[in-house]
Design a protein around this ligand. Sequence first.
Ligand code: FES
Length: 160
Amino acid sequence: MTTQAPKTTSRRNFLGLAFGGALALLAAQFTVATLKFLKPISRAGFGGQVYAGKVEEFAINSVNRILAGRFYITRTEDGLLALWQRCPHLGCAVPWVAEEGRFHCPCHGSIFNEVGEVLAGPSPRPLDTFPVTVRSGEVWVDTARPTPRANFDPSQITGA
Ligand code: FES
């Protein structure tokens, strides 16, 4: 009888330690998941500040898709313009068709030039823009603030 008491206590201790360890692991996983959730998503992708690349990565007179931000960077001789890929007509994603040198909406045929002006189709206005900031040669785009516009104006371009 006296020899079994330590065995039972040992089993209890083991189960207690195992349970405590499992709880600690669960708490750690919860903490990591919570921290990831609370980390500003806006800094990592669409809906906030999106890093588009270094200025020199954008050739003059080019249109560049930034997948993570759902926008295009058009670089003109005067600077940079960020165009939301969302069609102002009914919201389809508008691809840049390099062979045409145009944005061409696949849904109802709206066509936009490299600065987002409507050339044809039902779109009521040019592609919306996002504010562009250049910091230490890095291009950042604020995708939280799409800016509808009636026309293209050179003042919409951010110098780079
Ligand atoms: S959604 Fe682009 S033309 Fe209709």
